[in-house]
Design a binder for this molecule. Structure first.
Ligand SMILES: Nc1ncnc2c1ncn2[C@@H]1O[C@H](COP(=O)(O)OP(=O)(O)O)[C@@H](O)[C@H]1O
Ligand SMILES: [Mg+2]
Length: 316
């Protein structure tokens, strides 16, 4: 691996996943022993990188007792972690599968509210953990209280240290990033819904998605723009061209973690200096593999390798 990978998680969670016979109101719902996992965008990207044979350091904001629990879970998973003090107490999330229907109910807490003075601490921790050509990944929802320009500020910080930033975000932060020319952002990735919201129009065909991704490249928003197309894979545009990659359709078990698996595999490819269209192939294969396993599992390495062999990459 030529470049080191650092993932950032401002709003991590301790995820509890359990099953109940039937979900109904006003009664005690007896649940099975939960599976407990560390979660949050950046943490999942680091776990995906590790599953695929690479190594990434997770930089995580933690708070109070649940923060300590999170660190323990990360240590058990073998994910190298750098922690810094975030506000309040690290959040918990809960998903419950109703075994009579197979439906999954996901309860997601907002996480502690950030104050203005928490942001410089995060930037400082990133500065300290970034050396030379580090690939820094900012993925997952912004905590409440963090301003929409945070990813833009982060891009300037990271580029100022000679490193590269990969951002997967949504909502106001995504809109803010897409508003202006920004030589400091290396990769901007979004899913199909986020792309259509940002474009302000539906993107039904690959050509539509590619046209939109190219328009962001032409505006100078990032060096590489990736827009997912659900089961139809992903489109990538750079200054040199545009590509589409897709894997053959497979039955969906759970889409949870597919986006983070994409980002993990794509970034691992970048760190190995693979050609960028091969990084796209790896990302699409890992996302596809993640949809084939249950919610708590990310990209299984064998399924990813098979999906990669079957993945079709086309220059547009
Ligand atoms: N049915 C499917 N088959 C294969 N890949 C899929 C399917 N649905 C979604 N994907 C891929 O999974 C990824 C989901 O990304 P995203 O929506 O960001 O996920 P997340 O919920 O983890 O944020 C995308 O790369 C998308 O192309
Ligand atoms: Mg996503």
């Amino acid at each position: 691996m030529k470049s080191h990978i650092l993932t950032i998680t401002l709003n991590p969670t301790v995820d509890y996943c359990t099953t109940s016979d039937r979900i109904e109101p006003n009664v005690k719902l007896r649940c099975t022993e939960p599976q407990i996992d560390p979660g949050g965008g950046g943490i999942n990207v680091a776990r995906a990188v590790r599953l695929l044979g690479g190594q990434a350091t997770a930089l995580v904001a933690i708070g109070a007792g649940t923060g300590a629990h999170l660190l323990q879970l990360l240590a058990l998973e073998g994910v190298p972690t750098v922690a810094f003090q975030g506000p309040g107490e690290t959040r918990q999330s809960m998903s419950v599968i109703d075994s009579s229907t197979g439906q999954q109910y996901r309860f997601v807490m907002p996480g502690p509210v950030w104050e203005e003075h928490d942001v410089p601490r995060a930037l400082n921790s990133v500065d300290q953990a970034t050396t030379g050509d580090t690939l820094v990944v900012l993925s997952g929802s912004q905590p409440p209280g963090v301003a929409k320009d945070f990813p833009s500020i982060m891009a300037d910080h990271v580029a100022g240290r000679g490193s590269r930033l990969i951002v997967d975000t949504s909502g106001p932060a995504l809109f803010h990033l897409a508003e202006q020319r920004r030589d400091s952002l290396y990769v901007l990735r979004m899913n199909d819904e986020e792309g259509e919201e940002l474009a302000g129009r539906p993107l039904p065909t690959r050509a539509d998605t590619a046209g939109f991704a190219r328009s962001l490249i032409d505006k100078g928003v990032a060096r590489i723009v990736i827009v997912a197309r659900g089961a139809d894979g992903s489109v990538m545009a750079t200054g040199d061209g545009a590509w589409h990659a897709v894997c053959p359709p497979a039955p969906i078990v759970s889409k949870v973690g597919a986006g983070d698996s994409f980002v993990g595999a794509f970034t691992l490819g970048l760190s190995r200096e693979d050609p960028v269209e091969e990084c796209l192939r790896s990302g699409v294969a890992a996302a596809s593999a993640a949809t084939m396993t249950e919610a708590t599992r990310l990209c299984d390495p064998d399924l990813t390798a098979k999906a990669r062999r079957d993945c079709v990459v086309t220059q547009l």
